[in-house]
Design a protein around this ligand. Sequence first.
Ligand SMILES: NC(=O)c1ccc[n+]([C@@H]2O[C@H](COP(=O)([O-])OP(=O)(O)OC[C@H]3O[C@@H](n4cnc5c(N)ncnc54)[C@H](O)[C@@H]3O)[C@@H](O)[C@H]2O)c1
Length: 263
Amino acid sequence: MILKGKKGVIFGALDNQSIAWKVAERCVAEGASIVLTNAPVAMRMGEINKLAEQCNAPVIPADATSLEDLENLFQKSMEHFGGKIDFVLHSIGMSVNVRKGKAYTDLNYDWMQKTFDVSAISFHKVMQTIWKMDAINDWGSILGLTYIAAQRVFPDYSEMAESKALLESFARSFGYHLGTAKNVRVNTISQSPTMTTAGQGIKGFTEFFNYADKMSPLGNAPAEACADYCIALFSDLTRYVTMQNLFHDGGFSTMGMNPALVQ
Ligand SMILES: NC(=O)c1ccc[n+]([C@@H]2O[C@H](COP(=O)([O-])OP(=O)(O)OC[C@H]3O[C@@H](n4cnc5c(N)ncnc54)[C@H](O)[C@@H]3O)[C@@H](O)[C@H]2O)c1
């Protein structure tokens, strides 16, 4: 029960494969109260209502690119909790160019703007909304999910690579402000390839998943283990960890060559 009494907002649970879904389940199992949120369009699938029932959590729709929606979300969340929140998970990603099969050498820039807005700028918008509304308690914790394509080249990841680089940078920069003003920490977790809707949208994902699994001494980190790591970072046991990009990848990021892959 390391999150006993804590209150959090979880973005991005689409279905039971979603990383955010596993995080929501673990948060509640560890004693937290949560609010679930996702884009109105994702609500139509209806899956999130099952999670809401299971977690005894309200669902408040919000397009994470809309400041109006975000203000409404944090206002309603504070009303629901009867006070400020303690933690936030940003688990959002979508590339329009990848979805539409555009090559990296032929990107549509209007779509690229949309990709950055949804996948990265939304993280800043969430933090700025929280900042302006004074919606988070001192020693709170904010987490975003990212991928190693922010540092290294994975050609099929396309413009999501730059989205993740931007996301990680926002965590550092806003981490300064939130840390100085409120002792709130901001980190990103760089997760292994994971079989989810967003993951499987990337071309050749299965081959890539298997490659990363073999390259990593511990194998790919599953979504459930990612949830465990998120819980640790929301808990009071990690209060001085901030402005970090934390690899949760079974060792992949440190490997150069693995003989298992050559055979
Ligand atoms: N799956 C992987 O291989 C992998 C690896 C590393 C990092 N990640 C990251 O993990 C996070 C969660 O992705 P996932 O793999 O669980 O996939 P997912 O498809 O289950 O989750 C992505 C979520 O983003 C939401 N979303 C999209 N547009 C939105 C908007 N405008 N407003 C609010 N929400 C919006 C979707 O509705 C969905 O719930 C993403 O940031 C992703 O990039 C995934």
